[in-house]
Design a protein around this ligand. Structure first.
Ligand code: NZQ
Ligand code: ZN
Length: 385
């Protein structure tokens, strides 16, 4: 395990009724911009709770942030924020609203001409307007990490950036806000969180005993609560565990000091940019094939995964690995998610297109050992056909 420093500055407010507590987290003098998506918060009572908590404050709002938030939409949000003189952003929604708002926070504090440069890395994020998040969809962990993924429609690109300046100051996780989620979004969230853990765990042994054991506990929890939440949509205990697990999956804790992969995510982002497929669904198509293609490099961790997550401890190692991958696929299928390109009505031609876009975006040495080149991505998507 390598040396590391760990300090996640996001204050977590977990549990029913916690939206009321946001007033104490936002300076009284702040001019707040409430950002949200396509309107789910206006149908499930979350908007009213937020506005009640902010009563008497200076509040403006910007709605219409789409799933896979775009640069184009967030530039409109920047205009609205400037017009209102906003100096605090409150993102209310899922990962897309959180991510879009992080980009907005950085764009508002940027002096240069082209904020897209902050996403590509051409320009450095040095500061950001402070933001908080009221989360309504457990999935991305965006509510307490410093990453965001933004789509540039004009350029046909979906790219991620990370910067400590965009850590949310606080995140409200009230599982009751998730009751209005369509089952498809619940399933997506379970799978996204699952793959987040996998990409920080299924690499090579690095002696991170706490990180490994915590990752395995998160995976087992997601395997247990995912189907349970879908089978009984009113099971609040399952929802609470799902919300906490998804948060812990990508708040930076399990990746400290150990190698990370992220190749499944980068290939998934290209699939979404090309075909508009839901983020989580791009991952469930890529991951099982990635495990198969990268079996040699990931051998030791795959054996550990088979044993600790799926209880597969007997027989030849290769047979255990094969069985663990089949169990992973069966878990995704049980959630109603695609595990082949064809399940999402995509053809094998996707492989070359994704590879070309990875190359165009400079994503040519992915994985814990930089072994996932565009050629390997083609192998993976061919395996997923
Ligand atoms: O827009 P509204 O009307 O709110 O509806 C949303 C949206 O249609 C709906 N929804 C959210 N909460 C709801 C609800 N519907 C009813 N009741 C509720 N309580 O769900 C739909 C999907 O929302 P979205 O925010 O797009 O989903 P998710 O949270 O899965 O976020 C996906 C985005 O996050 C990025 C993905 O690439 C994608 O763009 N990611 C961000 C990461 C990060 N910042 O760390 C990491 C991830 O790997 C991921 O890449
Ligand atoms: Zn993800």
């Amino acid at each position: 395990m390598k040396s590391f420093s760990y300090a996640n500055p996001t204050r977590i407010l977990f549990g029913a009724g916690q939206i009321a507590a946001i007033a104490r987290q936002i300076p009284e003098s702040a001019k707040v911009l409430v950002t949200y998506g396509g309107g789910s918060i206006k149908k499930n009572g979350v908007y009213e709770q937020v506005m009640a908590a902010l009563k008497g404050r200076s509040v403006a709002e910007f709605g219409g942030i789409e799933p896979n938030p775009t640069y184009e939409t967030m530039m409109k949000a920047a205009e609205a924020a400037r017009a209102a003189g906003s100096d605090f952003i409150l993102a209310v929604g899922g990962g897309s609203v959180a991510d879009g708002s992080k980009f907005l926070a950085a764009a508002l504090a940027y002096d240069g001409d082209e904020p897209w440069d902050l996403v590509t890395g051409k320009a450095q994020i040095k500061r950001a307007v402070p933001l908080g998040v009221v989360l309504t969809l457990p999935a991305t962990g965006s509510e307490s990490n410093c990453a965001a993924v933004i789509t540039h429609k004009g350029a046909g690109a979906k790219l991620a950036f990370m910067n400590p300046a965009v850590y949310p100051r606080f995140a409200v996780l009230d599982p009751e806000t998730t009751l209005s989620l369509p089952p498809r979004q619940v399933a997506n969230g379970v799978a996204d969180a699952f793959v987040h853990v996998i990409e920080q765990y299924l690499t090579r042994p690095a002696g991170g005993m706490v990180q490994d054991a915590f990752a395995e506990a998160l995976l087992r929890t997601l395997i247990a609560v995912g189907p349970k939440t879908l089978a009984d949509l009113g099971d609040m205990d399952a929802r609470a565990n799902l919300m906490w697990a998804a948060n812990q999956a990508l708040n930076g804790l399990i990746s400290v000091g150990v190698p990370q992969d992220w190749s499944t995510h980068m290939i998934g982002h290209e699939l979404t940019a090309l075909y508009g497929i839901d983020h989580a669904r791009s991952l469930t198509i890529v991951l099982p094939a990635m495990m198969r293609v990268r079996q040699e490099a990931k051998h030791d961790k795959l054996v550990q995964y088979a044993a600790e997550v799926w209880g597969l401890k007997d027989g030849p190692e290769d047979a255990r690995i094969a069985a663990a991958i089949l169990k992973t696929e069966a878990f995704f299928r049980e959630l109603g998610l695609p595990v082949r390109l064809g399940d999402a009505r995509l053809g094998i031609d996707a492989a070359e297109k994704v590879a070309a876009n990875l190359a165009a975006h400079g994503l040519v040495k992915l994985g814990e050992d930089e072994g996932v080149t565009p050629e390997v991505a083609v192998q993976v998507l061919t395996m997923a056909a």
